[in-house]
Design a protein. Structure first.
Length: 118
């Protein structure tokens, strides 16, 4: 059974840092991209950052220069280092796994809450 287990969310003050992790287990297929999306209250889910198996990264404009995504292919784990957090970063952050085979659906984690507040 495939599972995505996210960790690292929490409450942090503006200007602070958090590191999110997402470990995928039970994977029996090739993974293309792994990434993070977020959804704030009353807003649509949006892309935060993705990283391909080859290491190519893509970031939302709002997080460029502050967030860094990385990936351990051997462990099927993706990380998101978030620095200089601000209240607009408050959201539920979801891990995403995109298989190489386009007929396979994307996988989603349950989400981890990140709250930036003083």
């Amino acid at each position: 059974q495939v599972q995505l287990v996210e960790s690292g969310g929490g409450l942090v003050q503006p200007g602070g840092s958090l590191r999110l992790s997402c470990a995928a287990s039970g994977i029996t297929f090739s993974i293309n991209a792994m990434g993070w999306y977020r959804q704030a209250p009353g807003k649509q889910r949006e892309l935060v950052a993705t990283v391909t198996a080859g290491g190519r990264t893509d970031y939302a404009d709002s997080v460029k220069g502050r967030f860094t995504i990385s990936r351990d292919n051997a462990k099927n784990t993706v990380y998101l280092q978030m620095n200089t957090l601000n209240p607009e970063d408050t959201a539920v952050y979801y891990c995403n796994v995109r298989p190489v085979a386009s007929w396979r659906p994307d996988l989603w984690g349950r989400g981890t809450q990140v709250t930036v507040s003083s």
